[in-house]
Design a protein around this ligand. Structure first.
Ligand code: TRP
Length: 380
């Protein structure tokens, strides 16, 4: 298994990552507290928490404690344009949206429109620029709090961040990033300085940053904790998601460069149907007879797992699906049909929201209350 910000290979062993990265599982006590906050806002505990898609954290219990004492945190997450967005990419954003709603806090979304250019050999800046506009609309389509959300591209906001970039970069030496990210003599110097850029937004406020992200992003935020206090800021807090398994099975994570393994946000209904039917790894038996007799295996069935983590919100319904599939009543094709229906209705709604996202995006980037404030600020 290999998990770093650029590569996820093999079957991911989350227990092992928790140990290696020095994390904690989100325990029942923490869930109870989040549930309490949710219910005050008439929200259920989020599906991703109920089903443990978000499964680990570093110091989120401290952020919660501070919150109950009246000290607010802020949220920070991001997405580097450079490939097409797929369903898995939405997970941190959907979850962040929920956290913003229940905690009623500021949210910063970084769009590093420099990262993938530096890290990917054959990617041009023009291509990144093109993809950035698409990604921005996909993200804006999710509906955040217009007055409490600031979405920014590094290429535009760098001027305001520059003093903080310098201070951050000066605190981190080459041997540290080499050890943390595996840089070597062939790494270009843009790559080597990039970690400072991803850390900067954790310093946008003196309050504590809470960062929902997929677990591969953790190295950046471990590094932040070594330097934050010496710069006069608080150590950041993380809350991590697992990866949605690729359609083809449990190896690695979904990647939009291997299109058959992912459902892209831009896939149309037919493509979704085709991909699921053709590629979604099935835990069903080879023949109808065997399947009826022995039932399917939900622990390896990707369609079931996607329904479980993302698309079947109803806790009773998902249990029923599990029982029926495992008893052989429900066939693999029927399970796939359920997933296809759910994905297509999700994407239909998403595309509708995307049509209205342009004016929202303007608010998040330039005209909303927080955005306006941020453009006036030079981060010293
Ligand atoms: N490195 C992330 C990516 O490859 C983008 C990113 C920037 C990010 N800032 C972040 C992700 C903060 C999570 C949290 O997409």
């Amino acid at each position: 298994m290999k998990v770093d910000p650029w590569k996820v290979e093999g079957k991911v062993d989350y227990e092992k990552l928790i140990k290696e990265f020095g994390l904690k599982k989100i325990d029942e006590k923490t869930l109870e507290l989040i549930k309490k906050v949710s219910e005050e806002k008439n929200e259920k505990l989020h599906l991703f928490l109920r089903r443990k898609l978000f499964f680990s954290h570093r110091d989120f219990d401290i952020a919660l404690k501070e919150y109950f004492e009246g000290k607010k945190f802020f949220l920070y997450t991001g997405r580097a344009p450079g490939g097409k967005m797929h369903l898995g990419h939405l997970i941190p954003f959907l979850f962040t949206k929920y956290l913003q709603k229940i905690f009623d806090v500021n949210l910063y979304i970084q769009i590093p429109d420099d990262e993938k250019f530096l890290f990917k050999k054959n990617l041009t800046l023009n291509k990144v620029k093109e993809m950035t506009e698409q990604d921005l609309l996909d993200i804006a389509a999710l509906n955040f709090d217009e007055d409490k959300t600031f979405i920014f591209k590094n290429s535009e906001y760098i001027k305001n961040m520059y003093p903080l970039f310098l201070k951050t970069a000066k605190k981190i030496n080459f041997s540290t990033v080499k050890a943390t990210f595996g840089f070597n003599n062939e790494s270009n110097i843009g790559m080597i300085s990039y970690p400072a850029l991803q850390i900067i937004p954790t310093f946008f406020e003196k309050n504590r940053a809470v960062i929902p992200c997929a677990i591969d992003q953790d190295p950046y935020f471990r590094l932040q904790r070594d330097i934050a206090e010496s710069l006069g800021f608080k150590k950041n807090v993380n809350i991590h998601s697992k990866f949605l398994p690729p359609l083809t099975g449990f190896e690695g994570k979904m990647s939009s460069s291997e299109e058959e393994k992912a459902i892209l946000l831009s896939d149309d209904e037919k493509t979704v149907k085709k991909k699921i039917n053709k590629y979604a790894f099935s835990g069903g038996k080879n023949t109808l007879e065997e399947h009826r007799k022995y039932g399917g295996d939900t622990s390896i069935d990707v369609s079931y797992i996607w329904l479980y983590y993302l698309f079947e919100e109803d806790d009773n319904k998902i249990l029923e699906v599990k029982e029926q599939y495992e008893s052989g009543k429900l066939l693999s094709g029927e399970l796939k049909a359920m997933l296809i229906e759910k994905i297509n209705s999700f994407l239909k709604q998403h595309n509708k929201n995307k049509e209205k996202a342009k004016s929202k995006l303007k608010k998040y980037m330039y005209e909303g209350k927080l955005a306006k404030q941020m453009w006036k600020k030079i981060h010293e």
